[in-house]
Write a protein that binds this ligand. Structure first.
Ligand SMILES: [Zn+2]
Length: 564
């Protein structure tokens, strides 16, 4: 667009979604949405939502306007992913996916074939390993050595599906210098019991501190900006027009700025980011990282760069249940091991205080019930509700803590795709049946008045927003549709409620509800056209037909025939 011609487009004969509730409130289990039939777009904004007989639409029809017959299709606000990892997603799109492997043999065969087919890449980067694929074997570098059949013995680096751990071959250990790495707080460097040498597997903070930055560093700027744009394109196709990056660091931020320059200032995505604060040796180390976020937020905020801004800090306060790294109030059932949170309340306090004092939002990753208890304690004492503090994941929460979220105005940032029954098969063994009854208690969060924000945590999970809504409303598997297990069905969200949580809820979670997240006059024309039936069981058949950003179509499914 040259900026002078302002186009007006009228979409008629559709089902234009209206949640009927104010941003920051939940629609409840049974409340249905209302649907308007027409939406009028002028330039980058929504000019009217209603019916064809409404005055603004009648006026537009009498003038020059492009009319699009939606033929009964549904229009939803552009989805905003409430929690994802932009650079990792972009990079993962080019990594070898091991997600379908069932055993170590499978993994080895897949890598061997990939190495043979790609003799020119510098490193063999893989994703999607799950501990359950190789359990109970303690894997090590030796299991990956010799798989590079090209004869070059290239480094092999594998991410777990959840991205919390990495597994390297001997060439990888050598290239990264991992045998010289010192232990870091909150992380584990696995070592051979007999020799003390690094085994090639790195967990949590060890992975975040060493492996992530290394990979970010060796990627060229071009590879990084390409990764960002690939992620944006994939997100358009899924129906997103906004995303919240939940672990921004300098390398990704630089690449994002570069991508903006390359695209003449316009990456077609509303991006808000939380700066990752890694566990330092001292409180001063931690505060230094908060100061960096404060500094960046001063420059990049809703006034200066509304589509690419720093909104807060993120702290990863525990790991995950499957790796037995989530902090629990009682020991894990299978090995009687008690895991504590990665950050104590005393360590968190100065970080939360300083961020709050500087007007930044605080996002705390907490999965196990003990960690959730600690972070809700800290947020309720040192964060301000008006800054919309948030807890990420909240997978195993006690009834009392679920209730406290709403009481203190804490956003529940949830990723229903992590509640997929197909990936929870180990939980009864790890936690015992009794504790599984408190898994993913979304209904409690919502009924307690905690604002909900839906996210995917991509690339750790599939990023389809409608898949996310499917799991949250049916509590059934989106990965394995035939798998009939329902996980705690009484914690389900309502359909209108879940769609709102993935649009206006996620926008509200980062103070963007005045611009995006709803289909309402004056807001940005960010929306998706979806071929769907308004029924939770039918969501898996829904198709995103078009995605519009800022009044322009940025994605059209190949099958969608132009009608005008
Ligand atoms: Zn995450």
């Amino acid at each position: 667009m040259d900026g002078k011609t302002i186009t007006t487009t009228l979409f008629t004969n559709g089902k234009i979604f209206l949640s009927g509730v104010a941003p920051g409130t939940n629609a409840g289990l049974h409340r249905p949405p209302t649907f308007a039939s027409s939406i009028l777009i002028r330039g980058s904004k929504i000019q009217h939502v209603g019916s064809e007989s409404d005055e603004p639409i009648a006026t537009a029809l009498a003038q020059s306007v492009t009319v699009r017959d939606l033929q009964g299709k549904t229009v939803l606000p552009g989805f905003v992913d409430g929690h994802m990892h932009l650079m990792l997603l972009g990079q993962s799109l080019t990594k070898l996916d091991l997600g379908k492997c069932k055993s170590l043999d499978d993994i080895q065969a897949t890598i061997r074939a990939h190495a043979a087919a790609n003799p020119d890449v510098e490193r063999i980067l893989c994703r999607g390993w799950m501990h359950s694929m190789t359990f109970p074997k303690q894997v090590a570098c030796a299991d990956l050595d010799g798989l590079d059949v090209s004869g070059k013995d290239r480094p092999i680096l594998i991410d777990t599906k959840d991205l919390h751990s990495a597994w390297l071959n001997t060439a990888g250990i050598k290239e990264l210098g991992a045998d010289r790495w010192a232990d870091v707080p909150g992380g584990t460097i696995e070592r051979d019991e007999a020799t003390g040498k690094v085994s090639g597997v790195f967990h949590e903070a060890a992975n975040i501190t060493y492996v992530w930055p290394y990979l970010a560093k060796v990627a060229t700027m071009e590879q990084r900006t390409d990764a960002i744009m690939a992620a944006v394109t994939a997100y358009h196709a899924a129906g997103y027009t906004g995303m919240i990056d939940m672990a921004m660091d300098q390398g990704s931020w630089d690449a994002l700025q570069e991508a903006l320059i390359k695209s003449a200032g316009k990456v077609p995505m509303r991006i808000a980011a939380y700066w990752l604060v890694k566990p330092g040796e001292t409180a001063a180390d931690n505060l230094k990282q908060v100061e960096r976020a404060v500094e960046l937020a001063r420059e990049y905020n809703s006034k200066t760069t509304p589509d690419c801004r720093i909104v807060g800090v993120k702290v990863i306060c525990d790991g995950i249940i499957d790796a037995c790294t989530a902090g629990l109030s009682e020991p894990y059932s299978h090995n009687a091991h008690t895991e504590v949170p990665l950050w104590t309340a005393e360590q968190l306090e100065p970080v939360v205080k300083r961020a709050t004092e500087a007007g930044l939002q605080v996002a705390l990753h907490a999965i196990g019930d003990e960690t959730i208890r600690v972070v809700v304690d800290v947020l309720s004492r040192f964060a301000k509700p008006e800054l919309r503090p948030r807890v990420e994941h909240i997978e195993l929460a006690s009834e009392a803590d679920a209730k406290r979220l709403g009481e203190f105005g804490i956003t529940s940032s949830i990723q229903p795709v992590h509640a997929d029954p197909a990936i929870l098969r180990a939980w009864p063994k790890l936690l015992g049946e009794h504790r599984c009854k408190r898994a993913f208690p979304y209904r409690d969060f919502a009924d307690g008045g905690s604002p909900l924000a839906l996210g995917s945590d991509a690339p750790t999970a599939p990023h389809s927003p409608l898949g996310n809504v499917y799991v949250s409303t049916t509590r059934r598997s989106y990965r394995e549709l035939e798998y009939e297990t329902v996980v705690n069905g009484h914690f389900a969200l309502g359909l209108c409620e879940a769609v709102a949580a993935g649009t206006e809820g996620a926008a509200y979670s980062c103070f963007d509800e005045g611009r995006i997240g709803r289909l309402e006059k004056g807001l940005k024309a960010d929306f998706v056209v979806v071929d769907m039936e308004w029924e939770r069981e039918k969501l898996v058949e829904a198709n995103v037909v078009e995605t519009w950003f800022d009044g322009e179509r940025v994605y059209a499914a190949a099958a969608a025939a132009e009608t005008e």
